[in-house]
Design a protein around this ligand. Structure first.
Ligand code: FE2
Length: 215
């Protein structure tokens, strides 16, 4: 029975963990990401989070965590374990999950503008920080996004400092943006979506790319 007046019925679960002594791993991942940035050069860009070109705009065309490389595999195992732990803590029993992942490489004041990963399939999302200096990610309460025409109504934002080796998991519907990348610095992250109801044949995304994998 609900009481009269204000009731805060639900909280929004976030999960944070860190990969211990991540320096070596992050250095190796940085090399992999710089290589794929070159390798994906010919792929079509799709505007996303305010970006019109660069690695992030190729997100639809590959599954980062499936790249055959031992450091990528190490990260994949870490992420899978943390996602399982997140679900366990939430009491969720999920047996048929899929995932897609991609890398972001921002430079010289670039930002990821406010966006969410909500879609018909995405269930939870996450980000792992490979390389970052003095940056943070701002997450917005869903209520703030429900006021038509008011883009910047962000009364209840939560700012989380980005730390190299840090992993943040959050529901895909949570809108977020980055603070500007420092001058002369690169901000490199790996982001991913965990899909609950698989798209079409399970393995293709809406861009007709076969990049979705079984979790
Ligand atoms: Fe994002």
């Amino acid at each position: 029975m609900i009481k009269k007046g204000l009731s805060n019925l639900w909280s929004i679960p976030f999960y944070y963990s860190e990969f211990k002594n991540s320096n070596k791993l992050n250095n190796e991942l940085t090399k992999v990401i710089r290589d794929i940035d070159v390798g994906l050069n010919s792929k079509k860009s799709y505007k996303i989070a305010g970006l019109e070109k660069g690695l992030t705009t190729k997100w639809h065309s590959y599954n980062f965590l499936d790249i055959e490389n031992k450091n990528v595999s190490t990260l994949k195992i870490f992420i899978k374990n943390q996602v399982k732990e997140y679900f366990k803590k939430l009491g969720h029993k999920n047996t048929s999950l899929m995932y897609q992942s991609w890398a972001n490489r921002l430079k010289e004041g670039a930002v990821l503008k406010r966006h969410s990963h909500a879609g018909p399939y995405s269930y939870i999302s996450g980000v792992y920080f490979v390389k970052t200096k003095k940056s943070s990610t701002i997450y917005h309460l869903p209520l703030d996004t429900r006021i038509p025409g008011v883009e910047d109504f962000c009364e209840t934002k939560i700012e989380i400092n980005n730390i190299e080796g840090g992993l943040v998991l959050f529901p895909s519907f949570i809108e977020h943006n980055s603070t500007p990348t420092q001058n002369n610095e690169e901000r490199i992250t790996i982001a991913f979506d965990i899909l609950y109801t698989p798209p079409l044949d399970k393995f293709h995304n809406n861009f007709n790319e076969k990049v979705v994998s079984i979790f």
